[in-house]
Design a protein around this ligand. Structure first.
Ligand code: C2E
Ligand code: CA
Ligand code: CA
Length: 744
């Protein structure tokens, strides 16, 4: 902007300069032309005057030439009379022999010899005697005692020169011309000089007051200029120059008259002549200056306005109006740059619990004050290089340079209690709470960008909100992965079911007495489109929570039925398959109906289906549950109690529930194998013992080692299930490996 102002100013100044120079030049030229024109006019008038005088003398000369030679006295008388009739000072007639007569005004006629005349006079007189009309140089006449010059014309009779007629005139005739008129509107005056620069006639209004005799001297010309000017004048050339006198500059024009090497000298005051120019220049300068000033003013004004606007825009674009802190876009930009530089730090989101109520209870104005207080508090506790912003309402983001969890927690707790303290003090009874979510970026976290941090900090904040105290929650990657999986599961379960991504896997149940295949447990696997597998632990709890289990369990029953149907159809020996049934599916009112519907659809004998239920589900409403179990058992289904011993298992359950099979949780095995719990072993033995008495088959889950196998055999368990015997495999693979052709 400044450069623009300066450039514009300079351009305008340059334009003014050029314009000024042009104006000056034009005026100079106009003045010089005017000087020339007026001087030329004077020369013309001079020539005319002289022509008139010559004509007068020529006429007289004709009369004299034609007339009889008069008696001297008579001639003198007539001559004197004639002289009185014109403006000449002295008139004279001389014959070829140089005898003459003169008449001087007021003094009468006199006889005179030509050779007695003054030099200047003689020169022109002799020339006239040779037939040439002349005007003499200026001289002081002996007769008139005045500065005069002499005209001389030849007098002829029948073409032969008879004598010469002379007349002298003083300078007044020029002075009339030279003083009679204003030259150049009064700003100039005119002199006459001879070829040597000597003044012949000086104007009465001469500006140079000293009685200068010649032009070729001070103050008109410098000595070194004399010669060149004189030379030009001797060549009858026009001469122009200027000189300074009494603080003013004058312009000089020397114009040759054409007679006797005379020159008219026109001197013109530059200042005088340039008055208009000065006026014009001054007005122009003033106008230009005003324009420049206006322009500069306007530029400065608009510059300041723009700056103000930019400032205002900046403030709107980058700062929070209420608290004056950065707004979110600015914060994001700054932190983004920091993180790109691999800066270690923590991103924190700070929020006020139930802020909308604070707004409602205390009113917007006080709530705003409170937010300002929060901002001030944060600002007071920030360290060098740390920044924060208010994103919206009660959302604050902080970027701290710490990466130590405990230190961050401590700092945030201080900020929170300080900020909450304000409203505690002001409002007895209302206890404000704040919460923070934080995520740390340091060397341990690879490629953590701001976007990720922002998302993660929101997860952490969400967690922090759940607790009702000033709380700081750090983003936990493992927990987050879990939640992400839960979210995936919930978001994709329906589609997965449609796409048949839930696949039937089977795990062998081994008869410990004879080593035969006693049955299998159906375990679901979620095989995603990309071939990756999700295990039941990751989705069954979610399905139990959201009720999708009812769909999945029935689906699995159907898949099991399909599988058994396949075995039967292929003439293979079917084995009983256990299907896990969640609590929700069992409590459905039309459960039995549905189950039977599927069984009938595939024409599967009920004895091949074992329903695995959890103890917890059975105990919640034992009576209703038992009734269902009774119906199921009557229909021919087998019932297995799963995970016995994992929760609050009770031996009472064994007595009160109508079950065919008891599955002992692998936790038992673990404990015993570790040698930690000798009681577990005793309980286990007792449970097996008791089951035998109640005619309940026992299955031990999670048999992983030979040692496990040996132990459960010792206890007298019926069946074993675990990696030691077989891992869960796809139904197809299982069929191939374990299902035998029916004998007989
Ligand atoms: P569960 O019913 O107790 O099933 C046994 C689990 O133990 C299976 O895990 C099986 O793969 C695993 N297992 C078998 N042998 C061993 C071993 O030697 N060592 C160890 N550590 N584990 C072994 P899986 O398949 O991941 O299933 C986990 C749980 O998911 C099951 O526990 C069951 O409660 C549930 N589940 C599986 N499929 C279904 C289903 O179709 N419907 C329902 N409602 N729940 C199911
Ligand atoms: Ca099971
Ligand atoms: Ca189990």
């Amino acid at each position: 902007m400044l450069i623009f102002v300066a450039a514009t100013g300079l351009i305008l100044l340059a334009a003014a300069g050029v314009f000024g120079a042009f104006l000056q030049d034009s005026v100079d030229r106009a003045v010089e032309e005017q000087m020339y024109a007026e001087t030329a006019e004077y020369i013309k008038r001079l020539e005319k005057q002289m022509d008139t005088n010559f004509q007068l003398l020529d006429t007289l000369a004709v009369f004299i030439g034609d007339g009889e030679v008069l008696d001297d006295d008579e001639f003198a008388e007539i001559f004197d009379k004639a002289n009185h009739q014109n403006d000449f000072l002295t008139m004279g007639y001389f014959d070829k022999n140089g005898n003459g007569i003169t008449s001087t005004l007021g003094e009468g006629a006199e006889r005179m010899l030509l050779e007695e005349g003054q030099e200047e006079f003689r020169e022109v007189a002799y020339a006239a005697l040779e037939g040439k009309s002349r005007v003499s140089r200026l001289f002081t006449g002996n007769l008139s005692h005045e500065k005069v010059f002499v005209y001389a014309v030849p007098v002829k009779t029948d073409g032969e020169i008879k004598g010469v007629l002379c007349a002298s005139d003083h300078i007044e005739i020029f002075s009339d011309i030279l003083t009679g008129n204003q030259v150049m509107g009064g700003s100039a005056y005119i002199h006459m000089v001879n070829q040597d620069g000597d003044f012949l006639i000086r104007s009465e209004r001469a500006i140079v007051k000293e009685n200068a005799e010649t032009l070729l001297g001070e103050p008109f010309l410098e000595p070194e200029e004399y010669d060149s000017v004189r030379e030009k004048m001797h060549n009858s050339e026009e001469v122009r120059f200027s000189f300074d006198y009494a603080g003013e500059t004058y312009r000089v024009l020397l114009e040759p008259v054409g007679i006797n090497g005379w020159y008219l000298l026109c001197i013109n005051s530059v200042q005088e002549s340039s008055r208009i120019l000065y006026l014009v220049t001054r007005v122009t300068a003033a106008v230009l200056a005003s324009i420049i000033a206006l322009l500069i003013f306007w530029l400065i004004y608009s510059y300041r306005l723009t700056r103000k606007n930019t400032h205002e825009l900046n403030r709107l674009a980058f700062f929070d109006q209420l608290t004056g802190t950065y707004n979110f876009p600015r914060f994001r930009q700054e932190v983004g740059e920091e993180i790109e530089k691999d800066a270690n730090g923590a991103l924190v989101s700070l929020n006020i619990h139930q802020f909308k109520f604070i707004n409602e209870i205390f009113g917007k104005e006080r709530a705003d004050r409170l937010l300002q207080h929060v901002a001030d508090t944060i600002s007071a506790y920030l360290r060098e290089g740390e920044i924060f912003c208010r994103e919206s309402a009660d959302f604050f983001y902080l970027f701290l340079r710490d990466t130590d969890k405990e230190e961050i927690r401590e700092r945030l707790e201080t900020i929170m209690s300080e900020a909450c303290g304000q409203i505690d003090r002001e409002e007895n009874g209302y206890h404000m709470l704040m919460y923070c979510g934080a995520v740390i970026s340091d060397e341990r976290v690879v490629l953590y960008d701001l976007e990720q941090m922002m998302t993660h900090v929101m997860f952490a904040l969400e967690k922090a909100r759940e607790t009702h105290q000033n709380n700081v929650w750090f983003f936990d990657t493992r927990l987050h992965e879990q939640e992400r999986m839960d979210n995936y599961v919930e978001g994709h379960m329906y589609q997965a079911l449609d796409d048949e991504e839930f696949r039937l896997h089977l795990q062998l149940k081994k008869d410990l007495k004879n080593g035969h295949t006693a049955g299998a447990e159906a375990l679901v696997r979620w095989i995603r489109g990309d071939g990756t597998t999700i295990y039941p632990d990751q989705f069954i709890p979610v399905f139990e929570e959201n009720g999708f289990c009812t769909k999945l369990d029935m689906y699995m029953v159907e898949k099991v039925c399909l599988c058994i149907r396949d075995w039967i159809d292929r003439g293979l020996e079917p084995i009983p398959v256990s299907v896990n049934q969640s609590k929700a599916v069992l409590y459905q009112t039309d459960y039995v109906q549905k189950l039977c519907g599927v069984i009938e659809k595939y024409r599967i004998p009920e004895k091949y289906i074992t329903l695995e239920i959890l103890e917890g589900a059975a105990l919640e409403n034992a009576e209703d549950f038992n009734r269902t179990l009774c119906i199921l058992r009557k229909k021919g289904f087998r019932i297995s109690l799963d995970d016995f011993g994992s929760g609050y298992s009770s031996l009472n359950t064994l007595g009160s529930l109508q079950i065919d099979e008891l599955k002992l949780d692998r936790g038992f095995l673990n404990d015993i194998a570790d040698g930690k719990d000798s009681k577990s072993k005793i309980i286990m033995e007792q449970v097996v013992e008791l089951s035998k008495k109640l005619n309940i088959q026992t299955v031990v889950e999670g048999v992983e080692t030979e040692e496990n196998d040996r132990m459960i055999r010792e206890w007298g368990c019926d069946l074993g299930q675990g990696y030691y015997y077989a891992r869960p495999i796809s139904a197809e693979e299982f069929t191939e490996r374990y299902i035998k052709v029916k004998e007989g």
